[in-house]
Design a protein around this ligand. Structure first.
Ligand code: DX5
Ligand code: ZN
Length: 217
C-alpha cells in the first residue's frame, strides 16, 4: 500500500482547514506537517498549536517531520497536540536510540530522517527502533526544490538492505520534489510513503491527488 502524504507547507495558511478537508476528500492517506525551528533549517513554520488545530480538523494521521535542532525537547508537546508519527533528523539527534524510544513512549510512531548525503548506515543502525525511514530527496527547509536524482539509487539500496535483513515491513518515506512525473520511478525504487507539497498544491489539488493515486496504486 502506497501512502500519499500532502505536505501542508504548500497549503494556503489562510485556508488551511479548507485545504486539509480537500486532501481528505480526494483520498490522501496522511498529512505531512513540516516543523522548522529557524535553527536546524532557516525558516520557522508550524508549532504544536497548529498541530492541535489540525487534529481537530481531520481524521487523517498527522506525520510531523521535525526539522529542529533539539528534537527531544519538542516530542512531548507534539505528541500531546495529536501527532501520530514523529520523525527526527539523525543529524540533529546525537542520542538517536534514546530519542526514538522517547517518541514511542509518547504513543507516536518514530521515524528517522536522513539528509541527502547522510550515510545510509544511520538508517541501517536505527531501523530496529524506527517504524519508518524518511529519505530526503532535497535539502530540508523549503518547498518547491528540485528532486535530487541520486535519491533513486539510494532508495533502492536502503530498500534492498531492509528486505534482506528481515525488515521488509519498514516503509521508506520520500520527501522533496515528488511530482506526478517522477512518483512512479520513486515507488519503483522502493519508497511507499510519498510526501508532495508543490507537486500536489500547484494547480487542482483534488485532481493531482487522484492522478497520483492512479500512478502509484
Ligand atoms: C522540505 C520539506 C518538505 C516540503 C516538500 O524541507 O520537508 O516536506 O514541503 O515540498 P515539495 O514537495 O514542494 O518539494
Ligand atoms: Zn517534510
Amino acid at each position: 500500500m502506497n501512502l500519499i502524504a500532502p505536505s501542508l507547507l504548500s497549503a494556503d495558511p489562510l485556508h488551511i482547514g479548507r485545504d486539509i478537508a480537500a486532501c481528505e476528500a480526494a483520498g490522501a492517506d496522511i498529512l505531512h506537517v513540516d516543523v522548522m525551528d529557524g535553527h536546524f533549517v532557516p525558516p520557522i513554520t508550524f508549532g504544536p498549536g497548529i498541530v492541535s488545530a489540525l487534529r481537530r480538523g481531520t481524521s487523517l494521521p498527522l506525520d510531523c517531520h521535525l526539522m529542529v535542532t533539539n528534537p527531544d525537547h519538542h516530542v512531548e508537546q507534539f505528541a500531546a497536540a495529536g501527532a501520530a508519527w514523529i520523525s527526527i533528523h539523525a543529524e540533529a539527534a546525537p542520542h538517536l536510540h534514546r530519542s526514538l524510544q522517547n517518541i514511542r513512549a509518547h504513543g507516536c510512531r518514530p521515524g528517522v530522517v536522513l539528509n541527502p548525503l547522510t550515510p545510509l548506515d544511520y538508517a541501517f543502525e536505527a531501523a530496529g527502533e524506527a517504524d519508518f525511514i524518511l529519505l530526503m530527496s532535497v535539502n530540508p527547509g523549503y518547498g518547491g526544490q528540485a528532486f535530487i536524482p541520486g535519491f533513486l539509487r539510494r532508495c533502492e539500496r536502503l530498500r534492498t538492505w531492509l528486505d534482506s535483513n528481515g525488515l521488509g515491513t519498514i516503509p521508506i518515506e520520500v520527501d522533496g520534489g515528488v511530482k506526478l512525473d517522477n512518483v512512479r520511478s520513486i515507488v519503483d525504487a522502493g519508497a511507499s510513503i510519498l510526501v508532495s507539497g508543490s507537486g500536489l498544491f500547484s494547480g487542482n489539488l483534488a485532481d493531482n491527488i487522484a492522478q497520483m493515486r492512479q500512478l502509484v496504486g
